[in-house]
Design a protein around this ligand. Structure first.
Ligand code: TXE
Length: 500
């Protein structure tokens, strides 16, 4: 069949999920149930449970018991690796299924969802290797009667709170690495996109992960998420989401047990384009960087900072690319941009577009909702005549909205790139190695791309500078992040007494 015309069909009825505690799926019972409608099709697709704070207590207790009796932490790295590798293999078998439910709940194109889920297989495989290579340090230079060890231990019970924009990818950028050292997990997915996190629980159980090591509670942030943040038996929380909720996470940690935190928050990421770049490649990259996942991406390249000499011509090239993006039914294999995931996000994007116009920026393209008969879609949007103080140049919009700011000198480009409270990611486009390297050294961001964007692999740590967050995920650093360091000093031989 011609791939361009392949389209999956909608489910005949919503799929019902329980939540997952101590190796068992728990049905809703008397609890409320969320019915999730596909943001692209307006039909009900999943039913998940609105868990209660008591359910959070149960899940944390299961994780606590599983951690404290060392059923997972006490295994050798090779045994943990074997489970993670079995999980990778089972995940590979279920890529299509996971991608399908991800698309239905999130609205992202099915081909993109499949790519993301396939990428997660490699994260489990890498984490398996890291489970075997994680190690500490020794000091054999402290005298003949002593030896010092620096040991890494799992931090304990880790709460993982994830958002709706990359529900499965963000989960898998964390969970395999967290499990690698022996931690136990309670995951809390976004209430809009819980299905694939629950499918992962099923996969991990089938892979032989001991009961209680991976638990999932579903429900809203203020009820279920907050209960986890406040819980004194949770040793660490990994939170990915808005800067506003990030503040609540820090405050709850301070109010409860000073739990360790990993935070991945917002971004307002610059795409810096010099006149000597390959402008066709750069235009494609800039269009991809802002329209991928309909701009609902913490590392979206939402601020185009372009050398004035080529600014107008380059803006036309980007607009030409954006105009040719295939936005539409995400179940269609050919679709490149899908729906806006939540109604609140849709309103927020359209409000920002109005604010841009009201503050005097020029709407160069898009700026409206797209009527595709059903669902929520927003046309790729570009603003010119933007000044750095405008709201659309400062706030994370989290939609397909690009602002264009021209520069004259490299110093000015770097200053504009750094003129943000955030520091998650940045890209530079130039064929001059001196220019590219000078900019890469001076821009304050946790991820930096040269002549590409939104690229890399699971070996590379991810995370932000400044208000974009704390800590790093993925790769060996992503394993170490979820460990505590214990130094052990061992004396041997007779002790020199302090008291005669
Ligand atoms: O995020 P929230 P929202 C940004 C983006 C977007 C904005 C709002 O700018 O427009 O955030 O999105 C859970 N205690 N990002 O409102 O609320 C919530 O249930 C514990 C950037 O959806 O932060 C969900 O599981 N948990 C970001 C998760 O937090 C709480 C990705 C994220 O939701 C909670 C998403 C609480 N009190 C949005 N309140 C990125 N960095 O990629 C909510 N949650």
């Amino acid at each position: 069949m011609d791939q361009q015309t392949t389209r999956l069909s909608l489910p005949s009825e919503p799929r019902t999920f329980g939540f997952h505690v101590d190796g068992r799926d728990v049905p809703a019972g008397e609890r409320e149930v969320f019915v999730r409608h596909s943001p692209a099709h307006d039909v009900p697709v999943t039913r998940t449970v609105a868990c209660t704070p008591a359910d959070v207590d149960d899940a944390v207790a299961a994780a606590r018991a599983a951690f404290d009796d060392r059923r997972w932490a006490g295994l050798g790295g090779a045994d943990r690796a074997a489970v993670l590798l079995r999980a990778a293999a089972l995940l590979r078998e279920r890529v299509d299924e996971i991608a399908y439910w991800e698309t239905l709940e999130n609205g992202k194109p099915i081909a993109q969802a499949r790519g993301e889920v396939s990428g997660c297989v490699g994260m489990f495989e890498l984490a398996a290797g890291l489970a075997r290579t994680l190690h500490g340090d020794t000091f054999n230079n402290v005298g003949d009667d002593a030896l010092s060890l620096v040991m890494r231990e799992p931090v304990g019970v880790v709460g993982v709170v994830t958002p709706w924009n990359f529900p499965f990818l963000i989960l898998c950028e964390r969970v395999p690495y967290i499990l690698a050292s022996g931690n136990a997990v309670v995951a809390k997915p976004s209430e809009f996109t819980s299905a694939t996190t629950l499918i992962l629980a099923d996969i991990l159980r089938a892979a032989g992960l001991p009961a209680g090591v991976f638990n999932v509670v579903t429900g809203t942030g203020p009820t279920v998420g907050q209960a986890m943040l406040e819980h004194r038996d949770v040793d660490m929380v990994s939170f990915t989401g808005s800067t506003r909720t990030g503040r609540a996470v820090v405050e709850a940690s301070a109010r409860s047990n000073f739990k360790k935190l990993g935070l991945e928050l917002g971004g307002k990421n610059p795409q810096i384009v010099f006149a000597d770049a390959d402008l066709d490649d750069a235009a494609d990259g800039v269009a991809f960087g802002i329209a991928f996942n309909s701009g609902q991406c913490c590392v979206s390249g939402s601020r185009l900072i372009v050398e004035r000499a080529v600014a107008d011509a380059f803006a036309r090239k980007v607009a030409d690319k954006l105009a040719r993006i295939r936005t539409g039914d995400p179940l269609d294999e050919a679709t490149q941009a899908g729906a806006i995931t939540t109604e609140a996000q849709n309103r927020a994007i359209l409000d920002y577009i109005e604010k841009g116009k009201a503050e005097g920026a020029t709407l160069a393209m898009g700026g409206t909702a797209m009527d595709l008969g059903r669902g929520r879609f927003i046309a790729p949007t570009v603003f010119t005549d933007v000044t750095p103080d405008m709201t659309i140049a400062r706030d994370e919009i989290f939609g397909p909205v690009l602002t264009i700011l021209p520069f004259d000198t490299l110093d000015e480009a770097v200053e504009m790139a750094n003129d943000t409270e955030y520091g998650l990611a940045a890209s530079v486009w130039s064929k001059d190695i001196d220019t590219a390297m000078a900019v890469s050294r001076r821009v304050r961001a946790g991820r930096f791309w040269v002549n590409t964007t939104l690229a890399g692999g699971p070996e590379l740590p991810i995370g932000g500078f400044k208000a974009s967050g704390w800590g790093r995920e993925a790769g060996m650093m992503g394993v170490e992040e979820y460990t505590q360091v214990k130094s052990v000093h061992i004396a041997f031989g007779p002790r020199q007494h302090w008291i005669d």
